[in-house]
Design a protein around this ligand. Structure first.
Ligand code: ZN
Length: 456
């Protein structure tokens, strides 16, 4: 830092402070809600089922073949992902790691650098309106390392046995929620968790390193299209990993299919789809939707000289609007699916394939050059609409800390004039349209057969 000019250093430090408290990283609350309708009519998916397979079974059978594919993936990431933190060579997966299931699983999670305590159980998420079969309910602790299940409906999580036939749509949809269940938590060296010392991701680039959930933000957000001066002031905003995650899980998906493990082919595909769905959420693609770069930097300068109000207000506002939008999406879609209302604009948009020709198969550049560009373009209008659609207390009042658990923002949005309700639904439906299109693009890119895959 010593070589930086005083102003730049000031901006850098204050920008770090500015973003330090941003805790939210759920993105769409309930990715499975975004997935069932997105993939529900795809020929690769509809009517197909696959036998559930334990992770350790898959790893034991493929221990000899995995080192090569994972090494090639690492080399791809080092070459292609900007600001990628290389995986230490000592963590490379080796065939000899395959002696015991516990050691095998640990070697694999170390090689792909995810939280080593995630249990990876066999389970499916049932659709809203249904619950797990009696006697097959899942304890939250068997699913996730997170102590708090938040607003996740645990009653719909159902344990399954190895070898049991599962619908492909359910496997993919269930998997799209998993990256929010702890995979990317505690990976930085200052998170106070054991794997953080091993993984070489360095200190957490933004977000509060001591907030459990906030530590996954740099894996689920990608600020690819901010102004150059913002990157100069806050270079750490570029240290994000969704591109690396999507590519890794798509590689593992193709590998699993090729080696005869269709369950893991679809489950890894669902993990990849999570991050492309996140990128459809403008609060994951822009640092501060609705706030210009000059205003953002000026707010940081003011904060540095002791005028903290504007920074706190901006931070609370973005956090609350982010939370409000996700709360609205989750409650609206949960209600629609529970009632079988397939015409709800958000649900219907997921099935809209009119834009699929533009992104047939997800490419390594799609996330940055297409998905986030469209999300960024939608950010300011959506942010302004969020402000108009909910009571000011939830989206404009700097004194409010909206944790999203108690309020039903969908119900509250219906207090707004009908025209504002329709505009909000339309803008969120546009985001769902993108999420649906990109989810299908992941599926087509990894699917093992069918004419589309044959053209790959
Ligand atoms: Zn996410």
């Amino acid at each position: 830092m010593r070589h930086l000019r005083p102003l730049r250093r000031c901006l850098c430090l204050t920008a770090a402070f500015f973003f330090a408290a941003q805790p939210v990283a759920w993105a769409w609350s309930g990715h499975a809600l975004c997935t069932w309708d997105a993939v529900g009519t795809m020929p690769q998916v509809v009517g197909h089922s696959v036998p559930a397979e334990a992770l350790t079974t898959f790893l034991a059978m493929e221990a000899a073949a995995l080192p090569k594919v994972l090494e090639e993936e690492e080399q791809w990431a080092r070459t292609n992902v900007p600001f990628y933190a290389p995986r230490p060579d000592s963590l490379a997966f080796k065939a000899a790691d395959g002696a015991e299931p516990v050691a095998l699983k640990q070697a694999f999670v170390h090689a792909i650098r995810v939280n080593e305590d995630v249990p990876f159980p066999l389970y499916v998420q049932r659709q809203p309106g249904t619950v797990a079969a009696a006697g097959r309910e899942m304890a939250w602790s068997a699913l996730s390392i997170l102590k708090d299940a938040g607003d996740i409906d645990q009653k719909r999580m159902e344990r399954v046995e190895e070898g049991e036939a599962l619908s492909v749509a359910d496997v993919i949809a269930t998997a799209t929620d998993e990256p929010d269940f702890g995979l990317d938590i505690g990976l930085f060296q200052d998170n106070g968790q054991k794997q953080g010392a091993l993984y070489n991701f360095g200190p957490q680039p933004f977000g509060n390193p001591l907030l459990d959930y906030g530590s996954q933000a740099p894996f689920h957000m990608g600020f690819y299209h901010e102004a150059g001066i913002l990157y100069k002031a806050a270079p750490f905003l570029q240290h994000t990993y969704p591109e690396a995650r999507v590519h890794l899980y798509m590689t593992l998906s193709r590998f699993a299919f090729a080696q005869g493990h269709p369950y893991w082919g679809w489950r890894f595909a669902g993990w990849a789809a999570h991050y492309v769905q996140d990128m459809a959420q403008p609060y994951h693609a822009r640092v501060l939707p609705g706030v210009g770069t000059v205003s953002m930097l000026w707010t940081s300068v003011l904060d540095k000289v002791g005028v903290h109000g504007p920074r706190i207000a901006a931070l609370n506002r973005v956090t609350n609007r982010h939370t409000a939008l996700e709360n609205y999406q989750k409650n609206r879609m949960t209600a629609a699916l529970a009632q079988g209302d397939k015409d709800d604009p958000l649900v219907a948009a997921l099935r809209d394939t009119s834009g699929d020709a533009t992104v047939q198969r997800l490419q390594p550049t799609t996330l940055r050059d297409v998905s986030s560009v469209q999300s960024v373009a939608a950010a300011d209008a959506l942010d302004a609409q969020v402000e108009r659609s909910f009571p000011a207390r939830y989206v404009s009042d700097a004194a409010t800390n909206l944790d999203g658990k108690d309020a039903d923002l969908y119900a509250l949005s219906r207090q707004a004039p009908a025209a504002e309700q329709a505009k909000l639904a339309g803008l969120v439906a546009d985001r769902m349209r993108q999420a649906g299109r990109d989810t299908r693009a992941v599926i087509r890119a990894v699917a093992p057969d069918g004419t589309e895959a044959a053209q790959r």
